[in-house]
Write a protein that binds this ligand. Sequence first.
Ligand code: AR6
Length: 347
Amino acid sequence: MPLQIVRNDITKMKVDAIVNAANTSLLGGGGVDGCIHRAAGPKLLAECRTLGGCQTGSAKITGAYDLPCKYVIHAVGPRWLGGSHGEREQLASCYRTSLALAEEHGCETVAFPLISSGIYGYPKAQALKVAVDAIQDFLLEHDMMVYLVIFDRAAYQISEKLFADIAQYIDDHYVDAHTDSHTRRLQQQALFSEEPPMCSSVLPEYMDDMDDILEFPKGRLFARASSLEDALAQMDESFSEMLLRKIDEKGITDAQCYKKANIDRKLFSKIRSNRLYKPSKPTAIAFAIALELPLEETKDLLQKAGYALSHSNKFDIIVEYFIRQKNYNVFEINEALFAFDQSLLGG
Ligand code: AR6
């Protein structure tokens, strides 16, 4: 996953470079700046003294000394003055300059705090959006693993309305599913008491239309497939094949698809070159989102990788919510998944 949002203390990140939310003097301060200087030791300040400060919206790079990374990139975010003083552009410029510096120094992994969102007072939700947009733009053209490190829970709030809508959606569907599954369990128990174990009510949904190859209910699957080889020869389009077909049908390039899915190039190549590659569920869903598939097609694609969307877990319900809203922005979906403590989409 090229952009990953994690909850951590940035000084603990084992990456090539961490970014500091510094001030124009580059001589240390409070917040994350203080944490980084304490963890790096006094040699960091000594090097910073040689840099001659830094302008707002820009960044400079130093060694990392006692920190577990190789470099510290000191970025100077804007103070929030109400939003009409070029704050957004200056903040975006911090991310762009830092990423360019990281690339110049051969960094493959970089971790950012939410610059300006503490002492400098930038509203956290807006600071997050600027960060995600700027990093996403950079990743469209470059290969890098970027972590956005969120320190405190309060720093990460999706809008109250969205949170309430999703909570309501989960509530409605989660309850339904649990009521349904209770009823289904009772029905299944009743069936088990009269039928042999292999009965239609316990077959997975995807076997519904396999009547022609099932001899049921005597319990012999694939009865008309004369041998295992015949059965294997009848294998369907695989996940990889369906994915590549859909990419062609949408008229987009492979890179447009995997970047939009927040999947890195290497993982995509593996999937492309191995027709039987089995992706993780978050990866499979990320591709469905990148392809902007409606719900039924999303389910088809997932099924190719052996997964389903169910109403018995929050992750699935949140994904379904976004697909029904036709919101196919992986990063916005990830913000919501993060807010509900679920795993994120991507590779
Ligand atoms: N790891 C990750 N994030 C952190 C950590 C940490 N250890 N500590 C704080 N944060 P701030 P600013 C988060 O105030 O707003 C300094 O004095 C924090 O929750 O560190 O850009 C500088 O010298 C917040 O979301 O930076 C400047 O004078 C985010 O990091 C001024 O503060 C940024 O908060 C810069 O203010």
